[in-house]
Design a protein around this ligand. Structure first.
Ligand code: GLA
Length: 408
């Protein structure tokens, strides 16, 4: 990608080659632990094309795995000690005994890793301690699943060194997803919904992952938007999912479902004949205005995701783009999880020629995605930077990616 002379230069965050990622963690491992690692594993970050804040409502989402991956070099220990080093850290070794891992007891980034080993042990698997070195080109805190890719890289690595064989098929990978979700919810303390871990462990190279969060079933749909390409805009606005806002959205949805007498809002939607009927019936029963808007987002977003999936299958990217726009508006106005940077990124990308744009992931900062005519990513990125500079905001960074492969 190049920039036009005279235009603002933009930062492109490239994905490492598998070789580069592996070399980095091998070197870090050996320098830290004094012996070569047994092997190297890696797992991707993700962008969700559409279907946001639906996963914990039993809904649908449509992520792709990114070429950007988290790499982990590991060696098994015979005891239960976990010793970790991160290239993103201060060089200190983070250490815990698996016997000491329990909800509320672990602090620091190692919670995401030790939590996975803990959850697998809780599920009855024979998992020992290990030494691990980690490095990642998934931008941290950008809403692109840096934490889920960390969990998934270790999940697949632990699976391998412990000889569990779960990574061999989709059913086993679903078990690894469940362990990662428990690690994140119970040990790291972020009440997230599971889409990110599923994308990282269950995606397929070249395909979008149509994930049904009611029963965990998946369908792989080729992601090849002929004539278009996907531009990811990391707004660099601070992004944190365990600061209470995400959990409060989730609690509102759970409470609404309870009032409606269903386990998930998805079941309420499906019990009606169509979106309009289900929505009107729900709004008739819910009194609180905020709750009504949150529920309206969830029900319409599940419906949009169905429509987007059909548009993807039909190769109708124009419709797909309009659904992305509508998704963003709903997340901005009804779900209230966007921030100024996300709205500006979407608006500027649209003005510069994107046929659809929306925030992706949890929101409250993080990244946006734009579907742009092939070959125009540099021009759109330049325009977005220009809009941020004009607004006095910190410059965003950019990624491009095809639909990449899962943890391996
Ligand atoms: C974050 C969470 C996911 C999902 C999205 C919103 O990425 O980790 O589980 O809820 O937000 O769609």
């Amino acid at each position: 990608m190049t920039t036009t002379p005279g235009s603002p230069v933009f930062t492109l965050l490239p994905a490492w080659s598998a070789h580069e990622g592996a070399e980095r963690v091998r070197t870090l491992f050996e320098a830290t632990f004094g012996a070569p690692a047994t092997g190297v594993w890696s797992a991707p970050g993700r962008v969700n094309l559409i279907g946001e804040h639906t996963d914990y409502n039993g809904g649908l989402c449509l992520p792709i795995a990114l070429e950007h991956r988290c790499y982990a070099a590991l060696s098994r220990r015979t005891d239960t000690l976990v010793r970790l080093v991160s290239a993103q850290g201060d060089g200190e070794v983070w250490e815990i005994d698996l016997a000491d891992v329990s909800p509320g007891a672990v602090t620091g980034w190692g919670a995401y890793v030790a939590g996975v080993a803990w959850a697998l042990r809780e599920a009855g698997h024979d998992v020992t301690g290990f030494e691990g070195a980690v490095d990642s080109c998934v931008p941290f805190g950008a809403g692109l699943s840096s934490s889920a890719s960390l969990e998934a890289a270790f999940a697949i690595a632990i699976d391998d060194i412990a000889g569990l064989g779960l990574g061999a098929d989709d059913a086993g990978r679903s078990t690894l997803v469940a362990a990662c979700v428990r690690a994140e919810n119970e040990i790291a303390g972020a009440a997230t919904g599971g889409m990110d871990q599923a994308a990282s462990l269950r995606a397929r190279d070249g395909y979008a992952l149509a994930l049904d969060c009611l029963d965990g079933s998946v369908h792989h749909e080729p992601f090849d938007p002929a004539g278009y390409e996907l531009l990811v805009i990391d707004t660099r606005a601070p992004h944190e999912l365990n600061d209470g806002q995400y959990a409060s959205r989730r609690a509102t949805c759970d409470a609404a479902a309870e009032v409606l007498g269903v386990a998930t809002l998805r079941e309420w939607l499906d019990a009606g004949t169509d979106l309009e009927t289900s929505l009107a019936a729900a709004l008739g029963r819910l009194v609180d205005d905020t709750t009504r808007r949150r529920v309206r987002h969830v029900l319409t977003e599940i419906d949009r995701t169905r429509a987007a999936f059909a548009a993807m299958q039909a190769g109708d990217w124009g419709t797909f783009g309009l659904l992305m726009d509508a998704s963003h508006a709903s997340l901005r106005d009804d779900y209230e999880v966007t921030v100024r940077e996300l709205d500006l990124a979407v608006e500027a990308a649209r003005t510069a020629g994107a046929i659809g744009a929306r925030m992706t992931g949890g929101g409250f900062g993080g990244s946006a995605i734009a579907l742009v005519p092939a070959g125009t990513s540099a021009a759109v990125a330049t325009a977005v930077v220009g809009a941020f500079v004009a607004a006095g905001l910190r410059e965003p960074a950019f990624l491009t990616s095809r639909a990449a492969g899962p943890a391996a």
